[in-house]
Write a protein that binds this ligand. Structure first.
Ligand SMILES: C[S@@+](CC[C@H](N)C(=O)[O-])C[C@H]1O[C@@H](n2cnc3c(N)ncnc32)[C@H](O)[C@@H]1O
Length: 244
């Protein structure tokens, strides 16, 4: 578990079959720090409840491997560069370290320093981790082959998500790819029902955001990109945006 993490009522979202049940427990210390952020950027989610590298379904390692496999299937190769928005405690970076070692460039970005501190020692030494509270990537133009956001836009307002996509387009190299997971209705109806229960009980610590594929398609058009759903082995849907 991330140092300072505590159990909290957010575990209502740790649905039994939800392999993405990671964000229910903000580390107490980080939360205090993140309260200094402007409201739209405060993390509405945070550290994995269970950070143990167990092999149980939905574990830190399993989910990291699924995320890394998606990128490899989409063409991630040695020499390429990945920018990982909301990298959290490093599920993706630790899986990429196992699969590709230091052969790629990796930049993990998060709004919670404790999570970055947890992720960094579990990643290849050349991987970089940066605290960032802007709706903008701390990366130069055309510097990334992949921009990822796994289980991040599921907790942001649509305008924030679109702002990140616009800026992701800026940092993408020609031929680059944006990959992000999302929840949609009615497919994730069960989560919506639990979300509503949490709101009624006052136990919901963060926003759960749903997107419709038609919204993403429209955004992709605005960005001059092509949108496809990627058939991933996870309960979230995974959107892939490629330069046209
Ligand atoms: C559910 S966790 C997912 C972590 C990681 N992507 C994974 O798949 O394990 C969401 C992460 O997004 C981070 N986050 C939330 N809002 C953010 C923002 N505006 N910019 C960067 N990170 C953010 C949270 O601190 C948290 O670490």
């Amino acid at each position: 578990m991330v140092p300072g993490a505590t159990e909290n009522a957010g575990s209502i979202f740790m649905l039994r079959r939800w392999p993405y049940g990671c964000c229910a427990t903000p580390p107490a210390r980080s939360c205090r720090r993140s309260n200094d952020l402007p409201a739209p950027l405060r993390p509405r989610l945070s550290a994995p409840r269970q950070q143990s590298p167990s092999t149980a379904p939905g574990s830190y390692e399993d989910i990291g491997n699924v995320e890394a496999d998606i990128l490899c299937r989409l063409g991630l190769r040695p020499g390429m560069s990945v920018v990982d928005l909301g990298c959290g405690s490093g599920r993706l970076s630790s899986a990429l370290t196992k699969q590709l070692g230091g052969s790629i460039e990796y930049l993990g970005i998060d709004v919670v320093q404790d999570l970055l501190d947890y992720a960094a020692p579990r990643a290849a030494p050349n991987y970089r981790f940066v605290l960032n509270a802007e709706l903008r990537f701390p990366a130069p133009e055309q510097s990334a082959d992949f921009v990822t956001a796994f289980s991040v836009f599921t907790h942001l307002h649509a305008h924030e998500t679109f702002a990140y996509l616009v800026d992701a387009r800026r940092i993408l190299r020609p031929g680059g790819t944006i990959v992000f997971s999302y929840l949609t209705l009615p497919q994730h109806w069960r989560m919506l029902v639990n979300d509503l229960r949490g709101r009624v009980r006052g136990t919901l610590p963060h926003l759960i955001a749903y997107l419709q594929p038609r919204t993403i398609r429209r955004w992709a058009r605005e960005l001059g990109m092509h949108f496809e759903d990627c058939h991933a082995d996870m309960e979230h849907r995974v959107a892939v945006l490629k330069n046209i």
